[in-house]
Each structure stands twice: as structure tokens, then as C-alpha cells.
Ligand binder design. Structure first.
Ligand code: FES
Length: 129
């Protein structure tokens, strides 16, 4: 555990990868933290059960932005089932750790992706009818 942000967290915050909305996404997840008011959207493109693209939009703190960006990189190219196994700890580890009081921010990234996959699966089920 680290008490302050790592250089990697600041680097992702300053130069976020995969930021912005995806055009015609196959799934969109929106999550928020009622306590701090931060909000995050995760967009995914899926082909043959593999996430081919993933982007995010986050109105939030340094940790929320850095973790959502790191998440998009972690899950691209993964199957939906493998992407669902990615936890907030994996995302935090990718950034060299987070201060304990900021771990909850990384939860938004995990939940945002889960919500996007849920949305994708819902759309799929609806289109089959
Ligand atoms: Fe709200 Fe970080 S303080 S997600």
C-alpha cells in the first residue's frame, strides 16, 4: 500500500488513455459514488465475445480518472468472461498501488465495466426476441 499517488497514477491522470465516448458502443455502463458525487461511464465494443474497444468518461478525482483509464487498457482484447474477473485491485496494481483512502475510487472502474457488460448482454437478449 502506498500513502500517496504513484508517478504512474499522475501519468495516467495527465495523459489518460482511451478517454471519450465510443461511437455506436455495444454496451454502456454508468456508475457513481453517492458520497463524493463522482460519475463514470464505460463504453465497450464487442465482437465474438471479445472486447475490441473500451473507452471511458469520468467526472471525478485523480484516482477515478487514472483507474478508469488503466481499466480500459487492461480489458481490451479480453473475452467478456475474463474481463469480468478484473478487479479493482488489479487496476490499482497496474498503477503501482493507491493510497488506502482512495481504493474506493478504483471500485468505480470495476463496477463501470461490469455495468457496461451487463448492458451489452441485455441488448443482446433483447435483439434475440
Ligand atoms: Fe470520488 Fe475518488 S473521490 S471516486
Amino acid at each position: 500500500m502506498t500513502e500517496s499517488y504513484t508517478d504512474k497514477v499522475f501519468e495516467y491522470f495527465r495523459n489518460p488513455r482511451n478517454m471519450g465516448e465510443l461511437e455506436n458502443p455495444d454496451g454502456v455502463g454508468k456508475v457513481g459514488n453517492a458520497k463524493c458525487g463522482d460519475v463514470m461511464w464505460v463504453y465497450i465494443k464487442v465482437k465474438d465475445s471479445v472486447i475490441t474497444d473500451c473507452t471511458f468518461k469520468t467526472f471525478g478525482c485523480v484516482a477515478a480518472i487514472a483507474t478508469s483509464s488503466a481499466l480500459t487498457e487492461l480489458v481490451k482484447g479480453k473475452t467478456l468472461d475474463d474481463a469480468l474477473k478484473v478487479t479493482n485491485k488489479d487496476v490499482a496494481n497496474e498503477l503501482g498501488g493507491l493510497p488506502p483512502i482512495k481504493m474506493h475510487c478504483s471500485l468505480l472502474a470495476e463496477q463501470g465495466l461490469k455495468s457496461a457488460i451487463e448492458d451489452y448482454r441485455k441488448r443482446l437478449a433483447t435483439n434475440k426476441d
